[in-house]
Design a protein around this ligand. Structure first.
Ligand code: FES
Length: 394
């Protein structure tokens, strides 16, 4: 029994809404479908790069989860993607940050215009995750985030490659350290599968943050885009949304100040992207949470950097996945008293309960994720620097 008020029934129920229902019938809805909660599966989808090329396929599996057990009536709707790596260093990059807000706006427009009762948002490339989380916070109707997943790393001899290596290889070529043929080989091998940039760059950072905020299923940030577990998480995200609707859980119940503190703690422990600061500030603004640079500074000072992930460390997201993913980092932080385990998550359980129930692989992990007592650095991966200006009157 879904506990939230179904705004879809105000749009599609009753005699006077017959024209609206007629259009749902035109897309294959039965009377029974019309009577169920209307769910949007928002896919940030584009063929213009590898990061989000597969999200429509994931949407099919999310819909399966939404329908499971007679749950809801799902419809896929799109939003845009601006590919950061393709825009980087060009005027294309001018469109990158603004695309985040366009994503939030297009989700708001579609979800409100069609009176959806809840939505699952599927993201990938850098700005898609924060844009989707902003929309979730702004609309405050039940919502679950699903990440499309990282690309697998490439290989060149013994070197494990990410897209970063192509940028580095250009420098090496221009400095006369490698040949044009070597650069060409690195270019061909750097990003061998679909999915996002393989290191702890902005896309993977924001995926980890969605999990740390409690808006994505535990463990769903790290499996590669090519992993069969992506399908599992897609189905489970649909199921989780229906569960959240039944429990009446809304994004602002989850994205509290304490949840943002947890997200910043994970960001600092994992050496995530500096871009996460501006994205978290924007998401917090939409959630009505007052977050400032002081929060990042304070949390950075108390949080050790423990995950050796590129570009700061040695490993990629797929390596982290093999040893326990983001929950492994979170469990270590929780045990050290650095994470608030009492916060509610989209599963309807607290963060602590989620981590206790999580099935960790029994494999060595110290080379990738260290204990808090033996960190890579005693402070967080990002430091807030301040400049003090003195106005001199001549
Ligand atoms: Fe899309 Fe890096 S360019 S994740």
């Amino acid at each position: 029994m879904v506990r939230i008020n179904l705004r879809s029934q105000e749009r599609y129920g009753g005699v006077l809404n017959a024209p609206h229902r007629a259009f749902l019938r035109s897309i294959g809805f039965s009377d029974e479908d019309i009577g169920k909660p209307l769910v949007a599966v928002v896919a940030a989808w584009s063929e213009a790069g590898p990061c989000n090329i597969h999200t429509l396929q994931l949407a099919v599996h999310v819909k399966e989860g939404v329908r499971r057990g007679g749950g809801g009536s799902p419809l896929t709707v799109p939003t845009i993607v601006v590919n950061d790596n393709i825009g980087m260093g060009t005027e294309g990059m001018r469109y990158s940050l603004v695309s985040r807000d366009v994503i939030a706006d297009t989700i708001e427009a579609q979800v409100n215009a069609h009176a959806f009762d809840g939505f699952v948002g599927i993201g990938g490339c850098d700005k898609t995750t924060p844009g989707i989380l902003m929309a979730m916070a702004r609309l405050n109707i039940p919502a679950v985030y699903l990440y499309g997943g990282t690309a697998e790393p490439g290989f060149y001899g013994n070197l494990k490659l990410t897209i970063e290596d192509v940028h580095e290889a250009i420098g090496a070529y221009l400095a006369g350290k490698i040949t044009e043929d070597e650069l060409y080989e690195i270019e061909k091998r750097a990003h061998p599968t679909y999915g996002t940039c393989a290191g702890m760059f902005t896309a993977n950072t924001m995926a980890a943050i969605a999990e740390a905020l409690g808006m994505a299923l535990p463990g769903s940030a790290s499996p590669p885009a090519t992993s069969a577990r992506r399908v599992m998480y897609a189905v489970e995200s649909g199921v989780a949304l229906m569960n959240a609707m039944e429990l009446g859980i809304k994004p602002r119940d989850v994205m509290t100040y304490e949840a943002f503190e947890n997200a910043i703690t994970v960001l600092m422990a994992m050496g995530g992207s500096t871009n996460a600061i501006l994205h978290l500030l924007a998401i917090a603004y939409e959630a009505g949470v007052k977050l400032t640079l002081e929060d990042f500074d304070r949390i950075s000072r108390r949080t050790p950097y423990i995950a050796s992930l590129r570009p700061g460390g040695d490993y990629v997201m797929a390596d982290l996945d093999a040893v326990g993913g983001v929950p492994l980092v979170m469990l270590k932080l929780l045990k050290a008293g650095l994470l608030n385990g009492k916060v509610l998550t989209i599963t309807g359980k607290t963060m602590e309960e989620n981590l206790k129930n999580y099935k960790f692989p029994n494999v060595p992990h110290d080379h990738i994720v260290r204990d808090v007592s033996n960190p890579i650095k005693p402070w967080g991966g990002i430091r807030i620097l301040k400049a003090h200006w003195r106005l001199r009157v001549l």
